[in-house]
Design a protein. Structure first.
Length: 318
């Protein structure tokens, strides 16, 4: 267990450093937003490009992984919609944001740093790129389309889909994915100076992302939202990993590294922009509280997940 805490504790110490920097006013929220912009627009796209260009394309593109992780995430998304709409009678926009929180992981800011320490940076980056495809092309668009359709009260799925697609075109993660895939398919090598820049930016992604998460958590409140927050956090940290595990077990052959990586990413809390996405639909408070509770609780679930994977032989015992 001490070896496992040696993996997870540095992750959350970096998160704590970001929280402390905000709490002591060493940096303000605008400066923290600048670091977040650097991570989102430069470091994470560079990390994706490096993952797609440093490995043969047939090693990066894993259809079984995309199918299993995608189906597991969709199953949780559908369950959350059924729970919120049919049983709890919540509006469609609110149900869609609940579903998003339960089925989309913080792959870049928490999933990758944890997986890199457990599996190594190269397989972790490949798995992160695959997860980005699922989250940015499937889960997030589905949630935003449904939320927008519910908000506009009958404006139509097509209109909501068009607005969502326009936003996705400007998504820096998807731009990085497209550029990395183009370089990989054409087998084009970046010029050496540019490759060094990509490598330096990619190396900065993990620590800077964790620091930003800590700063984001400062000042968030949970009072009066325990029911919704507990439901979203429980769905994300417990139901999502179980659903992903179930779908992988249904696959005829599963690479243990891919399965371990999928579970590590699924055990991560919800995406860091969750409160921002929920703000448009009256879910900013619940989203912020869920992000805070989910991130703190992930220390326990990630440590437990690593211990269980080592116990059952998915990870080597140190």
């Amino acid at each position: 267990m001490f070896e496992i805490l040696a993996i997870t504790t540095p992750i959350f110490l970096l998160i704590g450093a970001g929280y402390l920097a905000m709490g002591t006013r060493l940096i303000n929220r605008e400066q923290m937003q600048g670091v977040a912009t650097f991570v989102l627009y430069f470091a994470l796209p560079a990390l994706v490009i490096r993952a797609l260009t440093q490995n043969p394309l047939d090693e990066v593109f894993q259809p079984h992984y995309l199918l299993a992780y995608g189906l597991g995430s969709l199953a949780v998304f559908a369950f959350a919609l059924l729970l919120t709409l049919a049983l709890q009678r919540k509006p469609l926009s609110e149900g869609a944001i609940h579903a998003l929180g339960m089925s989309a992981s913080n792959s870049g800011f928490i999933g990758y740093p944890v997986a890199a320490m457990v599996l190594g940076s190269s397989p972790a980056a490949v798995i992160m790129a695959l997860n980005f495809l699922i989250e940015n092309l499937l889960i997030i668009p589905a949630a935003l389309i449904l939320a927008e359709a519910g908000r506009q009260s009958g404006a139509g799925i097509a209109t909501a889909a068009r607005k969502t697609l326009v936003r996705l075109v400007r998504n820096p993660i998807l731009i990085g994915l497209a550029l990395g895939l183009l370089l990989a398919v054409t087998e084009t090598a970046l010029p050496r100076p540019l490759a060094r820049v990509v490598d330096m930016l990619a190396n900065a992604a993990g620590p800077a992302a964790l620091f930003v998460i800590g700063g984001t958590l400062f000042g968030l409140q949970v009072r009066g939202m325990l029911g919704d927050v507990g439901q979203i956090v429980g769905g994300k940290l417990i139901l999502h990993p179980l659903a992903v595990l179930g779908c992988f077990l249904l696959m005829p052959q599963t690479d243990p590294i891919l399965l371990a990586g999928a579970l590590l990413f699924a055990c991560a809390p919800m995406i860091s922009i969750y409160p921002l996405l929920g703000q448009r639909y009256g879910m900013a408070g619940v989203g912020a509280a869920a992000l805070m509770v989910g991130t703190l609780a992930a220390f326990v679930t990630l440590s437990l997940g690593i211990w269980l994977m080592r116990l059952y032989g998915l990870l080597p015992i140190a």
